[in-house]
Design a protein around this ligand. Sequence first.
Ligand SMILES: [Zn+2]
Length: 320
Amino acid sequence: MIVTVLGEIPAAELGRTDCHEHLLIRGGLPIVLEPDFALDSVDAAVAEVGEFLAAGGAALVDCMPLGVGRDARGLVEIARRTGAVVIATTGFHKDRYYAADHWVHTYSVESIVELLVSEFTEGLEVSGYGGPLVQRLEARPGAIKVATSGPVPTPTELRLVEAAGYAQVRTGLPVLTHTDDAGSADVQLSILAGCGVPPSSIVFGHMDRHASVSALAELCAAGASVCLDWMGRHDRRPDEYIADLVASLASRGHLEHVVLGQDLARRTYWHAYGGGPGLANLMESFPALLRKAGLTDDHIDQVLVGNPRRVLDRMETPPA
Ligand SMILES: [Zn+2]
């Protein structure tokens, strides 16, 4: 079963999925550091997700975890108003997005595991444990996010990745990661594996930004998946680059370990805020580029539907 903000659905019911997206970013340090990250309107998200659905998309994973501007209540509202399948994440972003006095820097790994597991068993905490009251929604997270910044994670990040690993083992939820460079995934993999997380439950994000085809292939060969998600930044890199990357991984026999996302976490990337290319880009324009790169319709279904069904499907019997 896949855990969405409106309840669980059988994996077989999941349609075309954007595995790394941001629908709302409200509050937290990220928007202080970069005002363009402020995706602060539910109405704008409803309009933008409407375009995504009209282009053939069905589901999106919101990758804003605890304490960095996640708006769990807003995600539920977007799912209700649009009919899109929305999957929320618990977990953490990079160290730099937490204030120096935030609890992520001082709580024990064991306490943090309990906070993550409780989001799954009792419901998303409205303020991301911003405290002092704990107020939960019925909605639950469908994935655990973790992040490291660079080849040597900070001490806080090391503890947070470990906590996410133990929370995966308790909940069976997939782990979606943020990587900052080619070496990040290896560090994350070794910590998560040390906690008992099976590689099949790990999706390394952003690797198309910095890793070679052979580095990506190695992660796939280890049984993990990669999310190619630097789509839609047409001012910096054409989407053809990612289409070719998908084709290269397919020719090496790793297509079943590839999922796609866009990570369009800026107002300037959304039609609803007056920018572009908009959330619909992945479903509207990208399949044609995959075809041009030599992939068949079956391959395209695999990366947009089949693989997301598998990686987002919660392990009913967690490894513990
Ligand atoms: Zn992101």
